[in-house]
Design a protein around this ligand. Structure first.
Ligand SMILES: [Ca+2]
Ligand SMILES: [Ca+2]
Length: 243
């Protein structure tokens, strides 16, 4: 697990970036959502006119191993650490293995945020730590008609995925509860500063009060939408509305 701390550190920097630029992101996501709604409208119109049903692409999920004990199941917004092997369904060729390729480390990603292919976002929910699944992912939920790198166009992919660890995502209710030291369901500047300090120390950075205060000011500028001096649960989790 030690080797992963660097990756996790990067994740926290991503969190800061997310916090810093959330206003910009929100704008972009709102745009995406409008576009998405427009597409749904077109689709319903099409189905109304044609009277037919478009087949919803599905991921086939097969549980290979389920641990006896399962205290927590993966859900949208969680950070998952997985080892995986990916194969082409057409001829069984393995195109990637996190155990033998690259730095041989498992990978972290946030579930349900399109950080990975849609087939993973759909097929890795409600999963226990230690569980292994085989996913069969149609091209429309993977790399589509174009393909990518070693993956030819229109490929159905098979993944053997083992879930190693689940952590609270940057915008989860659990993260909020961790940061809310006095349990009043809002984050004060002091609580956010304490959180930053702890996270920086955890990843081996020396505490720097002035730097943290600047960051807190910056975070509040973007996150405290109603400017009451606190970040509410709604303000904190608002980026996850589309989940
Ligand atoms: Ca509080
Ligand atoms: Ca507020």
């Amino acid at each position: 697990m030690q080797k992963l701390s660097a990756t996790y550190g990067i994740f926290y920097f991503k969190l800061f970036i997310l916090l810093h630029f959330s206003v910009g992101l929100l704008g972009k996501r709102a745009g995406e959502m409008i576009f998405f709604n427009f597409c749904s409208l077109l689709l319903s119109l099409f189905m109304f006119v044609s009277g037919g049903k478009l087949p919803e692409p599905e991921v086939n999920v097969e549980v290979i191993h389920k641990p006896f004990l399962c205290s927590r199941k993966s859900k949208y917004g969680d950070m998952l650490l997985v080892h995986y092997e990916g194969f082409l369904e057409s001829n069984g060729t393995m195109f990637h293995s996190s155990r033998t390729h690259g730095d041989k480390n498992p990978i972290w990603f946030t579930l349900g945020t399109k950080e990975v292919i849609r087939g993973w976002d759909k097929g890795l929910q409600d999963m226990c730590t230690g569980e292994r699944r085989k996913l069969t992912v149609p091209p429309s939920l993977a790399y589509g008609k174009e393909g990518q790198g070693k993956i030819p166009p229109s490929s159905t992919l098979i993944f053997d995925i083992e879930l190693m660890e689940i952590r609270n995502g940057p915008r989860s209710h659990e993260s909020f509860r961790d940061m809310d030291l006095n349990d009043d369901w809002k984050l004060s500047k002091l609580e956010v500063k304490e959180y930053l300090k702890k996270e920086f120390e955890k990843h081996g950075y020396s505490p720097n009060d002035t730097h943290h205060e600047d960051m807190v000011e910056d975070i509040f500028k973007h996150e405290d939408e109603d400017e009451d001096g606190f970040i509410s649960v709604r303000e904190f989790t608002s980026l996850h509305d589309e989940l």
